[in-house]
Design a protein around this ligand. Structure first.
Ligand SMILES: *Cc1c(COP(=O)(O)O)cnc(C)c1O
Length: 368
């Protein structure tokens, strides 16, 4: 007897395309038969983990036969202290992706509308569609989120808005004044999720974290991660901060032990290691300046970015340039799935990685 499982899946899931992650280094190394691969495809911190985090993980390794603290008490306490929050506002996640998923599980279903911008993070459409809700994608304006059009798209059915600041894959950002005006203008029945995965890279005082506005807007949710500037992508830990009633709902749908013990301990140590963070931001700024300088020489356009990556217009299909870079052992990200078919996204690496990328890029541009 045959059974078509596709027909039995939830309607939203049937037409989903799985998220395509950056190509793993080990896979390309096998294919090319080379050792040295430069991976600039997933916006990871290129410095590697901090020494203090490595020590913490070694210390904690002997305890992994125990379940983690399901409430993440110590990590939440540290976050609450640093950001002046009530612990009950914080939800820890297996990466901040987990928080986005929990939000969808708790709030979204058939008939609900979810608003987000064109070129915004791929997880928003995935969690929306998987929950059976309807995505309303707002055309971008010069690659940026068009906030006025977001407001105009709100209806009685709108449940949630996802907005990344800065956004991935474009690197575009929203100034504090504009963002606060926007949040103020959203009716309170709509949850506004501000995704601040790259917040730690921002030093500009015309920018602000939406964390500071939580007490004014009960419908505001801010997500953060340890995967980017803190250098813990492989451990999977992030968090969401929101009204305690919303947090209570997220807690109901969360897996009891969604953040593992090594991740919790490492995140706590990472929070205390300000030096690592400062060095990482500095390395990023220097790398960004180096790459931008070379792009100018090569007469290539890019989208100005406040994150740890650049979106470069390559004047040919981005997928083809990506292949040409792969053959030289450099992994970047083609982004046609983000409706940017002639761009690539490249994460800022170490100085050496950036230099090798630029050499490979110059070669790839003249290759056919
Ligand atoms: C990388 C990223 C995330 C989260 O990643 P996690 O590793 O799941 O924390 C969330 N949003 C955006 C915009 C990102 O680029």
């Amino acid at each position: 007897m045959s059974c078509d499982f596709l027909l039995r899946a939830n309607p939203g899931v049937r037409s989903l395309q799985p998220y395509e992650p950056g190509k793993p280094e080990s896979e390309l190394a096998r294919e090319l038969g080379v050792q040295r691969i430069i991976k600039l495809a997933s916006n990871e911190n290129p410095s590697g983990p901090s020494q203090s985090v490595l020590h913490t993980i070694q210390d904690q390794a002997s305890r992994i036969h125990r379940y983690p603290d399901g409430n993440g008490f110590e990590l939440k306490a540290a976050l609450a202290e640093i950001y002046g929050l009530d612990q009950a506002q914080i939800t820890l996640g297996n990466g901040s992706n987990d928080i986005l998923q929990l939000l969808a599980n708790a709030f979204l279903g058939p008939g609900d509308e979810v608003i987000f911008s064109q070129h915004s993070f791929a997880v928003y459409p995935i969690v929306t569609q998987a929950a059976g809700a309807t995505a309303k994608v707002i055309p971008a304006k010069n690659y940026e989120a068009d906030l006025g059009a977001h407001l105009a798209a709100i209806t009685d059915h709108t449940k949630m808005i996802f907005l990344a600041n800065p956004n991935n894959p474009t690197g575009t950002w929203i100034w504090a004044r504009e963002l606060k005006e926007f949040i103020s203008a959203v009716p309170q029945h709509v949850l506004v999720v501000i995704d601040e995965a790259y917040a730690e890279y921002i030093l500009d005082d015309k920018m602000a974290s939406a964390l500071s506005w939580l007490s004014e807007f009960p419908n505001l949710i801010v997500t953060r991660t340890f995967s980017k500037a803190y250098g813990l992508a492989g451990l999977r830990v992030g968090y969401g901060v929101c009204h305690i009633q919303v947090a209570d709902l997220l807690n109901r749908v969360r897996q009891p032990f969604n953040v593992n013990s090594l991740a919790q301990a490492a995140a706590l140590t990472a929070l205390e290691d300000q030096e690592y963070l400062i060095d990482s931001v500095q390395l990023n700024n220097q790398g960004m300046a180096l790459i931008e300088g070379k792009l100018k020489q090569l007469d290539l356009n890019w989208i100005p970015s406040k994150a740890n990556f650049l979106c470069i217009e390559v004047n040919q299909p981005g997928r083809e340039l990506y292949q040409k870079l792969l053959r030289q052992g450099v992994i970047v990200r083609p982004i046609e799935v983000y409706e940017l078919p002639n761009h690539i996204r490249v994460s800022i690496g170490t100085q050496e990685e950036n230099e090798l990328f630029l050499v490979a890029l110059e070669k790839a541009l003249v290759a056919n």
